[in-house]
Design a protein around this ligand. Structure first.
Ligand code: NCD
Length: 339
């Protein structure tokens, strides 16, 4: 754990391979804790985690809150609708109010790229010791989701030792609305760091040609990529060509709320070309698991029967794994703050 240097978790672009090892090892230990009876650890006793979600969330917010409670932290939740933001208070002033109340860990989701990072910089500049966790900013980054997806895949490929090495050489297909997906971007950093190859699949309007180079350049704002050698990334437009040889398939929600113009002819056409079904999955040539970060549009990006098939779908497992992953992040940041 001594190699952990992050004071905030904002973007997986900043993670080294050792960071993934640290988080997954810790998550695996937390995952082994009983889920009933005495299920709390005292690690974060006396600490306060505040969730500030300026965008809707079903899974991420409750998962962070549960994770914090399992570590005995106090939890406070901010609701934008009933806050003084509607009276014209600035975002930073709102956040400072929660810091003044004693928040040690701020979990932030915002529809604009860069908000968690700007808040972290502003709070650092004024000497606050609070840690910021990005719970999703615009189309940019969703690090805890990327990590829980990695953990889910590592547990699937190597249940006895779910480390990043379990992903080495695997071929993961990510299909759908990649353009608008912060989950896809975080997964690209995470999967390639662990040595997996990623095949991106989707229509040109939802997956621009240049996207395959996303992890080829050093991360924005960093002179060097902390991962010396990454897996490869390429684009296959047709799902029939992307699936053969895949080891796992991740499908993404069509993010209609982020589309500023008409990018699809119809949902039916999209489903016909890119929707996952049991029949389509047979093209992989072996039994492969399916992941989806949720929320799901049943019958659009994935067939309802496939989503509900426990032999194939890891969707509920992703939700379960989100808790130990977030426990690991909160634990590491709280320890870094102390040190
Ligand atoms: C995603 C998100 O909000 O980025 N969901 C999640 O956090 N599990 C993906 C989405 O909204 O489609």
């Amino acid at each position: 754990m001594s190699s952990w240097t992050h004071r905030h978790v904002l973007d997986l672009a900043a993670f080294s391979l050792q960071d993934y090892v640290t988080v997954l090892e810790l998550a695996q230990r937390f995952r082994a804790m009983p889920t009933s009876g005495a299920r709390k650890l005292p690690a974060l006793q006396g600490r306060l985690m505040t969730t500030l979600f300026f965008e809707p969330s079903t899974r991420t917010r409750s998962s962070f809150e549960l994770a914090a409670r399992r570590l005995s932290a106090d939890v406070q939740s901010f609701s934008p609708a009933s806050s003084s933001l509607s009276k014209g208070e600035s975002l930073l002033d709102t956040v400072r109010t929660y810091v003044a109340m004693g928040a040690d860990l701020l979990v932030v989701r915002h529809r604009c790229t860069g908000v968690p990072q700007s808040l972290a910089e502003a709070l650092d500049a004024s000497g606050e010791r609070v840690a910021v966790l990005n719970a999703g900013d615009g189309q940019h980054s969703h690090p805890s989701q990327g990590l829980l997806d990695l953990f889910t895949l590592a547990r699937h490929f190597c249940p006895e030792a779910p480390t990043p090495a379990a992903l080495q050489g695997k071929r993961i297909v990510i299909v759908g609305d990649v353009l608008h997906s912060r989950v896809a971007r975080s997964n690209l950093w995470g999967l390639t760091a662990c040595g997996a190859d990623v095949v991106l699949c989707g229509p040109p309007t939802l997956l621009p040609e240049g996207f395959a180079a996303f992890v080829a350049a050093p991360p924005p704002g960093q002179p060097l990529d902390p991962v010396p050698q990454r897996g490869r990334v390429w684009i296959e437009r047709r799902l029939e060509r992307a699936l053969p040889g895949a080891d796992a398939v991740m499908t993404l929600r069509l993010q209609k709320e982020r589309m500023q113009q008409q990018l699809l002819t119809s949902l039916e056409t999209y489903h016909r070309h890119y929707g996952l079904t049991h029949e389509r999955l047979e093209l992989c040539g072996q039994a492969v698991p399916v992941l989806h970060p949720g929320p799901v549009n049943r019958g659009v990006e994935i067939d309802g029967h496939l989503l509900d098939d426990p032999a194939v779908s890891l969707v509920e497992e992703q939700v379960r794994n989100g808790i130990p992953i977030r426990m690991a992040l909160l634990f590491l940041l709280a320890a870094a703050e102390k040190g």
